[in-house]
Design a protein around this ligand. Structure first.
Ligand SMILES: Nc1ncnc2c1ncn2[C@@H]1O[C@H](COP(=O)(O)OP(=O)(O)OP(=O)(O)O)[C@@H](O)[C@H]1O
Ligand SMILES: [Mg+2]
Length: 290
């Protein structure tokens, strides 16, 4: 997909029907204590795609995500959402770009789970009955409808994460950013969130940006992967291109997905040239058994 940019590298597209939904233009963010969260970073999110941000602890993934919905503004550079500078539309960016926080405790505050998930839809202007229906549907989709009347404070870590995802889902934004969506989740709920992310792209046509240490999940579902290191993006491309780039992965301090590791070990041991690039178990078996 080609990005249309002007001579300053800025996205020229200005309406919601275009492919470039978010463009981060050479943005840096300095926190009040002087720490650089991101540095001269450029990044785009296109329509109907799943982008995975992978990188070591402290590399800048969360800082970048928090710029995508206007929670943080860059100290220099710009962020454009639907072609408009985030600085100008900051108060409304949350309507288009939802963010599921890395720590769900930062997101949940209402007395009950249902109130919490209804909060966004009510603020969008839905009636209480519409908001209730949207909230119940979102809770159902992440598999925790039974928690609707519970107090968020007393939920387990994984339950809080699922409720936080439901809270953003209920607002039906054009882009959902999820910060470590699968940490604390059991296998069943992790798979459920993976399936949900794929469904959001395929059925609703929305874009999802995930910051994650779950490289195996990223290899299964991402359309595009960006590797973040020391506040910048050092490599970006297809999962095959990135996860089979041993040098870029090692440079970022990342281990390749298990499937990639097994396939490359298999090729090393058997002296075969790794001409395929399997990313899931079906592709791996296919590549080995042929
Ligand atoms: N509020 C803050 N004040 C000062 N420095 C911060 C703040 N938040 C983050 N940082 C710093 O900014 C850099 C990037 O942090 P960030 O949280 O974006 O990394 P991350 O890639 O999300 O890490 P992790 O994988 O551990 O979640 C780190 O050096 C971090 O210490
Ligand atoms: Mg983080």
């Amino acid at each position: 997909m080609l990005e249309q940019v002007d001579e300053h590298g800025r996205c020229l597209r200005t309406d919601a029907t275009d492919d470039c939904l978010i463009h981060v233009d050479c943005a840096s963010h300095r926190y009040p204590d002087g720490t650089m969260g991101i540095h001269d970073l450029s990044f785009s999110v296109y329509r109907r795609e799943i982008v995975a941000l992978c990188g070591a602890n402290g590399s800048g993934k969360s800082t970048l995500l928090e710029h995508l919905n206007g929670l943080l503004l860059p100290s220099s550079g710009d962020v454009y959402v639907l072609g408009k500078p985030c600085r100008e539309i900051r108060k409304n960016v949350w309507r288009y770009v939802g963010l599921v926080f890395q720590r769900p405790e930062d997101q949940l505050f209402a007395p009950t789970v249902l109130d919490d998930v209804m909060f966004g839809p009510v603020n969008l202007g839905m009636s209480r009955s519409e908001a209730r229906a949207a909230a119940l549907d979102a809770l159902e989709q992440v598999g925790v409808a039974q928690l609707a009347d519970r107090m968020p404070d007393y939920l387990s870590g994984g339950e809080k994460r699922l409720v936080a995802i439901a809270g953003v889902l209920a607002m039906k934004p054009a882009v959902i950013c999820m910060d470590e969506p699968t940490s604390d989740l059991d296998d069943f709920h992790r798979r459920r969130i993976e399936a949900l992310i794929l469904r959001l792209r395929d059925v609703r046509g929305i874009s999802i940006v995930i910051a994650t240490h779950d490289i195996d999940m990223a290899s299964r579902i991402a359309d595009r992967v960006s590797i973040v290191k020391e506040g910048g993006i050092i490599a970006s491309g297809s999962p095959q291109g990135i996860f089979y780039d041993r040098r870029a992965m090692a440079d970022a301090g990342l281990m390749p997905p298990k499937v990639v590791e097994i396939y490359l070990d298999y090729c090393d041991r058997t002296g075969k040239v790794p001409e395929k690039r399997p990313l899931n178990t079906a592709e791996l078996l296919d590549a080995i058994l042929r």
